[in-house]
Design a protein around this ligand. Structure first.
Ligand SMILES: NC(=O)c1ccc[n+]([C@@H]2O[C@H](COP(=O)([O-])OP(=O)(O)OC[C@H]3O[C@@H](n4cnc5c(N)ncnc54)[C@H](O)[C@@H]3O)[C@@H](O)[C@H]2O)c1
Ligand SMILES: O=C(O)C1=N[C@H](C(=O)O)CCC1
Length: 265
């Protein structure tokens, strides 16, 4: 069986390190190279002490030209991730993107690019299977509860707020719920931001604290009852089976897939 040749962008990051390990330990995956901001031309072994002779590139075009990968796994920052994803599609490389913070405009652009190139691209705000189920269950519950607040909690090194998972959850809920302004009609914030971000009348609260990894509680309320659906990732290994599934699946796709719920039965 032909191995899937993979480039990982952001290999020194919290997620990137795990993704490099995943690629190295998966039998039908091959680490073709990594994209980083430093150590151009060195091997991962030389620069980072990783048990791999894969080369580090700072130039994505050079990397793709020399290595001809099948898949790019991007785990960087929103701006860099978008740039990498566009270049990958234009270069015939299928992106698997864990990087969060893409705008709806970015997603529309990538959808068009996938159509033009007929290449698959998977953008997954959350690779943890439990988080995908939390989002699906929240969508189910929203048919019965029209009032909901999303509380997402992450480590304090996170750049984007609200989290990609919270935005995706809100989008999935709003696909089955009428727009509704929640809370009292006359409510006022004595301190700006007290009620959180407003997504079609739904409120999203972002907590950032050291000690946390990635957590979310979706809380529904109606007369005399509440329902809370919660997911917790306690380490970044929790995301890796989703990354593996996305890499395997993207090879069979010819369009944009936004959210792992679309590929998990
Ligand atoms: N989808 C998921 O399941 C999931 C899970 C965790 C994190 N994330 C997202 O993944 C992204 C990375 O998260 P993290 O915690 O690993 O962040 P991190 O800050 O630890 O890692 C990001 C890495 O990107 C590198 N980088 C920045 N610019 C670069 C460039 N031009 N070329 C190559 N590398 C570059 C940085 O050097 C850094 O090592 C974030 O957007 C985060 O929200 C997604
Ligand atoms: O650590 C992060 O950053 C995470 N980001 C994702 C998001 O924005 O939803 C999910 C998991 C961890």
């Amino acid at each position: 069986m032909k191995k899937v040749k993979i480039v990982v962008a952001g290999p020194r990051g919290r997620m990137g390190k795990e993704a490099v390990e995943l690629v190295l330990e998966t039998e039908n995956f091959e680490l073709a190279g990594v994209l980083d901001r430093r150590n151009d031309g060195k091997s991962l072994r030389e620069a980072e002490g990783v048990d791999s002779d894969a080369l580090i590139y700072t130039d994505i075009y050079k990397c793709f030209k020399e290595q001809q990968p099948d898949v790019l796994i991007d785990l960087t920052t929103p701006e860099v991730g978008m740039e990498h994803t566009v270049i990958a599609l234009e270069s015939g490389v299928r992106p698997v993107v864990g990087t969060t913070g893409f705008s709806t405009g970015d997603l529309a652009k990538l959808e068009d690019l996938c159509k033009q190139t007929r290449l698959g691209c998977i953008i997954a705000p959350n690779f943890a299977v439990g988080a995908v189920l939390m989002m699906k269950f929240s969508k189910m519950a929203a048919r019965y509860f029209s009032d909901v607040e999303i509380i997402e909690l992450h480590h304090d090194q996170k750049l984007d707020a609200p989290s990609g998972t919270a935005v995706k959850t809100a989008e999935m809920i709003s696909s089955v719920r009428e727009r509704k302004k929640q809370g009292h009609n006359d409510e006022k914030e004595a301190i700006p931001g007290a009620r959180g971000a407003d997504f079609e009348g739904m409120h999203i609260h972002s907590v950032r604290l050291p000690g946390l990894i990635a957590h979310q509680q979706v809380m529904f309320g109606s007369d005399g009852q509440t329902l809370s659906i919660r997911h917790d990732s306690y380490n970044r290994a929790s995301f890796m089976s989703g990354v593996k599934l996305a890499v395997e699946t993207v090879m069979e796709k010819d369009s944009l897939v936004y959210g792992l719920e679309n590929i998990i039965e």
